[in-house]
Design a protein around this ligand. Structure first.
Ligand code: GYE
Length: 628
C-alpha cells in the first residue's frame, strides 16, 4: 500500500479535523434543540401571606423541589392577608403568562371565583385551605378533622382526666378547614366530660394576635389548664402571654409541627409546647404533581390528603432520628429485591370490580419489582380476614385490600401493624378506633358521587309535581353504599319536590337490582326515578322495568354510578339516563404506593381520583375512548 506523501498526510489531517468540527457542531445543535424542545414551564405561586412560618416553609419546599428541574421557573406573590390583593396577584400572574397556578387561599369563599376563572385556562393546584366546589386540577392538603381529633386526644392525654378548662385559639373566624379542625377536637373531647372547651378566641394565624387575645382573657380564667392553638405560630404567641402572666400550670399544644427554628417541632423539643400535630405544607408534592400535569403524564388524582402525626416531648427525639436521612434505614432497597404485595380482592360482584382487579393485575405485571399475591374473598368478610392473616404469615411487604364493609377490621389490622406491614385501602374505607392501623386510601369521593347523582335529578326533574324516587343501595355497611346515600340525601334535602319512596338494600349485583326493582313494581308503585348505587344494579332494574311493560329511560328515569362500558351501552340504547363516574383503574396508583411504602417512604393518607358524570349525550361522544 502506498505511504501517503507528507503533503497528502497534511490534507488527510485537515479533512479529519473539519469532519470532527462538523460532527461536534451537529451534536451541539441537536442537544440545543433537545433542550429547546423541553418546554420551559412558568409556575405562579400565590401565597395569602408570608408572615406565617408555614407559608414561608411552603415556598422554600417549592423552591427546593423546583430547583431539580432546569426548565421550571417560579413567580411568587404575597397577598399580605388581603383577599382582594390575592385576586389581583392571580390576575397579574395570568398576565405574565404562567402555565400553572399553585395557590394557598387567604379566604376560600372570596378566592373561589378567581380560581374557577383561571381553571378555565390553565391547570390550578390548590394547597392547604380548600376551595368550594371542584373547579381545580388538584387539591393537596391535610385531613383537618383527623388533625382535630388527634389534638383532642393529645389534650385529653396531657390533662389525664383532671377537670380543666381549655382555651381554643382558632386560625380564622369562618373557614371550613378551621371548623373541621375544631369539630374533630370537640368530637374527641366529648368523651372527656371533665374537660370544658368553652373559651374560644381568634388569632388570625398570627403569633402576636394570639398573644394579645390570650393576655386579655387569661387573667379572668383561673381554671384554664391547656391552650389549643390551630397553628404553632399562634401557640408560640400563647406561650409568650402565659409566660408574661407568670402562669406555670398551663400547657400548650399546636398544629403544623414544622421542623424550623421556632417551628412546632423545635418548640416541643425546647419544652415550650407540650405537643403538636404535624400538617405538612404540600410544597414539595405540589411541584411534583405540577410537572406531571404539565407533562401530561399518568392519571392525576383530584385530591391528595397528606398524613399527620403526633409530636410530643416523649417521641420528638425518635421522630427526629427516623426523619434524618442519615438514620433512615429503608425497610428494603426496592432495587435489590421485589416488593411482595398481598392483595385481598373483595369479590366478583360487578363489572366495575372485574375492571378494578384487572387494573391491579396489569399494573403489577408491568412492574418487574412487584411480586403480586392476589386472592379473592368472593364477598366474604371472614374470608378476607383469613386471606390477610395468611399474608401476614407469608411476611409480605405491603397488604392492599377493598374492605367489603366498613367495620370489623380492628383486630386483623392491628395484627398487620404489629407485624410492621403497611396496609393500603383500595376503593373502600374502614371505620376503626385507631386510624394508624391503615396507611393510605386510594379511591373515590363517594359522598360527592351521591351529590352528583342528586344534582342531575334536580336539574332534570321529570315531572312538575312531586318526583318519587326508588334507591337501590349497594352492599349494606359498605363505604360506597353509606356515602353515596349520604351525598344523594344531602342534595335532595336542599330541594323541594323530591321524595325517596323506597330505599332497598342490594349488593352491587345485577340480580339484586332486578329482584329489588321487581318487588317495588309488584307493590304497584311506579317511581319517576330509580337511583342505583352501581351500573350492575341499574341494569337489573332496567330488566325488571321492561318485564313490567314499562320503558326504562323514558317511563322511568334510571341513573347509576360507575360509568362502565355496560352503562354506556345502556345509555346508547336509551335505557339508562346517566351514570356518575367512579374510576376502577386504580392499579398504577396502588403499585406506586406499595413500592414507596416498601422503602419506608411516607405517602399521602388519601389519594382521591378525579371523576365526572356521563349522560346519553356525552355517552355517544366518549364511548369509544372508555377503558373499562
Ligand atoms: O361502585 C361497585 C363495586 O367499591 C367503588 O363496588 C366500589 C363499588 C362499585 O362492586 O360497582
Amino acid at each position: 500500500m502506498r505511504v501517503p506523501s507528507k503533503k497528502g498526510f497534511i490534507w488527510l489531517l485537515i479533512y479529519s479535523l473539519i469532519g470532527l468540527v462538523v460532527v461536534m457542531l451537529v451534536a451541539s445543535l441537536l442537544h440545543l434543540k433537545a433542550v429547546k424542545d423541553e418546554p420551559d414551564f412558568l409556575i405562579g405561586i400565590s401565597q395569602p401571606n408570608l408572615n406565617e412560618p408555614r407559608q414561608l416553609l411552603m415556598n422554600n419546599e417549592i423552591r427546593k423541589e423546583a430547583e431539580k428541574h432546569k426548565n421550571v421557573k417560579l413567580i411568587f406573590t404575597d397577598a399580605a392577608e388581603n383577599s382582594e390583593k390575592q385576586v389581583h396577584d392571580v390576575q397579574k400572574l395570568m398576565k405574565y403568562g404562567i402555565d400553572l397556578l399553585i395557590i394557598s387561599l387567604n379566604d376560600s369563599e372570596k378566592l373561589t371565583p378567581i380560581v374557577t376563572e383561571v381553571y378555565k385556562e390553565i391547570p390550578v393546584i390548590v394547597l392547604g385551605r380548600g376551595v368550594t366546589g371542584y373547579d381545580y386540577s388538584l387539591f393537596i392538603g391535610s385531613d383537618n378533622l383527623s388533625i382535630g381529633k388527634k389534638s383532642g386526644k393529645l389534650a385529653a392525654d396531657l390533662l389525664g382526666g383532671a377537670p380543666a378548662d381549655i382555651v381554643e385559639i382558632k386560625g380564622a373566624v369562618s373557614s371550613r378547614s378551621v371548623e373541621e379542625t375544631s369539630r374533630g377536637f370537640r368530637d374527641y373531647l366529648s368523651n372527656s366530660p371533665s374537660i370544658k372547651a368553652d373559651k374560644v378566641i381568634v388569632g388570625d394565624w398570627q403569633r402576636d394576635r394570639a398573644e394579645d387575645e390570650l393576655s386579655r382573657i387569661l387573667p379572668s380564667s383561673p381554671g384554664v389548664k391547656l391552650v389549643f392553638a390551630h397553628s404553632d405560630a399562634m401557640a408560640l404567641g400563647a406561650y409568650r402571654a402565659i409566660d408574661a402572666l407568670g402562669l406555670h400550670d398551663v400547657q400548650i399544644i399546636g398544629i403544623d409541627g414544622l421542623d424550623t427554628l421556632n417551628g412546632g417541632f423545635d418548640l416541643v423539643k425546647q419544652g415550650v409546647l407540650s405537643g403538636t400535630v404535624t400538617s405538612p405544607t404540600g410544597g414539595r408534592e405540589s411541584i411534583q404533581y405540577a410537572l406531571d400535569i404539565l407533562n401530561r403524564e399518568k392519571v392525576i388524582p383530584k385530591k391528595i390528603i397528606l398524613g399527620s402525626h403526633l409530636i410530643t416531648q416523649k417521641n420528638a427525639r425518635e421522630v427526629e432520628a427516623a426523619s434524618d436521612p442519615g438514620q433512615m434505614t429503608s425497610r428494603m432497597d426496592v432495587n435489590t429485591r421485589k416488593t411482595k404485595l398481598g392483595v385481598a380482592v373483595v369479590g366478583s360482584e360487578s363489572s366495575w370490580r372485574a375492571a378494578n382487579t384487572e387494573s391491579i393485575k396489569n399494573a403489577a405485571g408491568q412492574d418487574l419489582n412487584i411480586d403480586l399475591i392476589m386472592q379473592n374473598a368472593e364477598g366474604s368478610q371472614d374470608k378476607q380476614i383469613e386471606i390477610i392473616r395468611n399474608f401476614i404469615k407469608q411476611k409480605v411487604d405491603v397488604i392492599a385490600f377493598t374492605p367489603i364493609v366498613e367495620t370489623g377490621w380492628d383486630n386483623v389490622l392491628a395484627e398487620a401493624k404489629a407485624a410492621g406491614i403497611p396496609v393500603i385501602l383500595t376503593d373502600r374505607k374502614v371505620k376503626v378506633e385507631d386510624d394508624s392501623l391503615w396507611t393510605t386510601f386510594i379511591g373515590s369521593d363517594f359522598v360527592e358521587e351521591g351529590r352528583r347523582a342528586a344534582r342531575w335529578v334536580v336539574e332534570h326533574k321529570p315531572v312538575a309535581g312531586e318526583t318519587k324516587i326508588v334507591e337501590l343501595q349497594g352492599t349494606a355497611g359498605s363505604a360506597p353504599a353509606i356515602e353515596r346515600r349520604q351525598g344523594f340525601d344531602e342534595v335532595l334535602s336542599q330541594n323541594a319536590g323530591f321524595r325517596v319512596i323506597a330505599s332497598e338494600i342490594g349488593d352491587f349485583t345485577t340480580e339484586s337490582g332486578q329482584q329489588l326493582m321487581s318487588k317495588v313494581l309488584q307493590q304497584g308503585t311506579v317511581p319517576q326515578v330509580v337511583f342505583a348505587h352501581n351500573d350492575d344494579m341499574a341494569l337489573g332494574a332496567i330488566k325488571a322495568i321492561e318485564q313490567a311493560g314499562l320503558k326504562p329511560g323514558k317511563d322511568v328515569v334510571v341513573i347509576s354510578v360507575d360509568a362502565t362500558k355496560l352503562a354506556f351501552q345502556a345509555m346508547l340504547a336509551g335505557k339508562l339516563n346517566m351514570s356518575v363516574e367512579c374510576n376502577p383503574l386504580l392499579g398504577p396508583q396502588i403499585i406506586k404506593a406499595a413500592k414507596e411504602l416498601a422503602t419506608g417512604k411516607e405517602i399521602p393518607v388519601n389519594i382521591i381520583t378525579a371523576e365526572s358524570i356521563f349522560s346519553q349525550e356525552t355517552a355517544k361522544r366518549d364511548v369509544s375512548t372508555r377503558k373499562y
